[in-house]
Design a protein around this ligand. Structure first.
Ligand SMILES: Nc1ncnc2c1ncn2[C@@H]1O[C@H](COP(=O)(O)OP(=O)(O)OP(=O)(O)O)[C@@H](O)[C@H]1O
Ligand SMILES: [Mg+2]
Length: 470
């Protein structure tokens, strides 16, 4: 079997999250590429003739996208039942024309943000699992071809997966790696294991507060203990959307995304923005929402903080105010609100402004409770070791003050064990903890026997993924 560890062949590591994707070379300190996982797409129907000799769907797609760049790829969607019948007629000798859905994709920070009439925006994951394989594939393609500029046929590829990924989805993943991208070797590793490795640990309780999800899971000697998985749809994107709701409720303000601002004039504090809009026709709801959320990011990431002790409005009001001006000119000086919004992570039921429909009835708890529940579902002998090694990962753990507050809250809840938290030192590294773990793991000399080689895949089929990647 060929060896892929060590320096001879650089493995690629790709971490696709619900909001951000990180990709780079194993052994490096940071990923070369960091771009949004949400991609733009234009849907259209094309007429295709189906005969016995008609080319395969993907060949059609390739032909119609001949002029497109790799970031603007065109792809056929699923054929309908009607199509299937037409295909049958075609194979019986009668050539028929049929309509198929086609999507043109726009991947990457700039491409996905450009306004186009009718363009929708969507992500590849739902509750941590791949739900749109076309988008997922486009993300890989963008990472390899446009960002890293490598031929995936020449590099082993390591990818991440949610701790609760299913066997069926892993099968699709390995098939994509070997059939579509023709990778020479492949490995898929669970997020908590990668995050633990990213902080140099093999054992620990990993709490990942990401974009769409917050989850906790115990990792023991490099393996996820699946019975300890705790997860909920409560990440940074929910905090962002709740900030939008709060601004709407308290100040009747809705951010004007950059794409819609033609010109603006300065206004006084808390006054309605004075903007001339493009009023662009054909803006889709998904694009508008995405652009509003992106406008919210800077606001959230630069003004919000977590109090070092449980929220108290008087105490928060005594903290320094922070001014912020939105791209449309609306400006505000923030007091207690900038501490109240991230409290959603600790006390969702009290601090959520307007519960999104998809979460109605969901039993949401604070991230500290997720961690505690996870630790408590592990074997009693293991608990002290886990609590002495709490790994904090995910971009939404970056609110200033969050680490201290979490450590205090956990320590208060579990007096019997000593809590110790681990996360990379710099904010840049903390946004990519799981990727870093993959980079370390894939470059270990001893890792070479763990890769699934093409020969193994050819011999055993896709089911080998469940045997080799545990
Ligand atoms: N400095 C910061 N302060 C607060 N939040 C931040 C900061 N930087 C990033 N975030 C938030 O972190 C979230 C993204 O985190 P991360 O990259 O870990 O998620 P992901 O891996 O894409 O998602 P998931 O793990 O849920 O699939 C976003 O909601 C982003 O706004
Ligand atoms: Mg993540």
């Amino acid at each position: 079997m060929p060896t892929y560890g060590g320096d001879e062949v650089n493995a690629l590591v790709i971490d696709v999250g619900s909001t951000w994707t990180r990709a780079g070379f194993a052994g490096e300190d940071l990923p070369k590429a960091y771009f949004p996982s949400h991609v733009g797409y234009l849907e259209s129907e094309v007429e295709v003739s189906e005969t016995l000799d008609s080319p395969k769907e993907n060949d059609n797609a390739a032909t119609s996208s001949a002029a497109a760049t790799s970031d603007q790829d065109v792809e056929m969607g699923d054929a309908s039942a009607d199509d299937a019948q037409k295909h049958e007629e075609a194979t019986n000798g009668t050539s028929k024309k049929s309509k198929k859905k086609m999507r043109q994709f726009f991947v990457g920070d700039t491409e996905s943000a450009v306004w186009r009439p009718g363009m929708e925006i969507g992500g590849p994951l739902e509750r941590g699992l791949v739900k749109d394989w076309d988008i997922y594939e486009k993300i890989w393609e963008h990472a390899f071809k446009s960002q890293l500029r490598v031929n995936p046929e020449e590099h082993p590829v390591m990818v991440n997966e949610a701790a609760w990924n299913t066997s069926e989805l892993r099968t699709k993943l390995i098939e994509m790696a070997f059939e579509k991208f023709q990778c020479p070797a492949f490995y898929v590793c669970k997020n908590p294991v990668l995050a633990a490795f990213g902080t140099g640990r093999h054992t620990g309780l990993v709490l990942d507060v990401g974009g769409d999800m917050a989850s906790a899971c115990a990792v023991y000697e490099g393996f996820c203990l699946t019975k300890t998985i705790q997860k909920q749809e409560l990440g940074g994107e929910l905090v962002s959307s709740q900030i939008m709701e709060k601004l709407k409720d308290d100040y009747q303000y809705e951010p004007t995304p950059l794409f819609d601002i033609k010109s603006k004039a300065p206004v006084d504090i808390l006054q309605k923005p004075d903007v001339v809009r493009y009023n662009r026709e054909g803006t889709t709801a998904s694009y508008l929402q995405e652009m509003r959320l992106r406008a919210m990011l800077e606001f959230k990431e630069t003004t919000c903080e977590v109090l070092e002790r449980p929220f108290n409005a008087d105490y928060a009001n005594n903290k320094p105010l922070k001014p912020f001006e939105f791209p449309d000119g609306f400006n505000i000086s923030l007091g207690a609100m900038r501490f109240a919004m991230p409290e959603i992570l600790f006390n969702p039921n009290q601090f959520m402004v307007k519960r999104p429909q998809r979460l109605e009835g969901a039993n949401l708890v604070g991230i500290h409770e997720l961690a505690i529940k996870s630790a408590m579902s592990s074997d009693v002998d293991l608990r002290p070791q886990l609590l002495n090694s709490v790994v904090l990962a995910g971009g939404s753990s970056l609110f200033p003050g969050l680490v201290d507050r979490l450590s205090l809250t956990l320590q208060q809840s579990i007096a019997s064990s000593r809590i110790k938290m681990y996360c990379p030192n710099s904010n840049t590294e903390r946004k990519v903890t799981a990727w870093l773990g993959g980079s370390v793991l894939a470059s270990l000399g001893t890792f070479h026997q763990l890769w699934i080689s093409r020969a193994e895949y050819d011999e055993h089929g896709a089911s080998i993924v469940d045997k080799k990647c545990q």
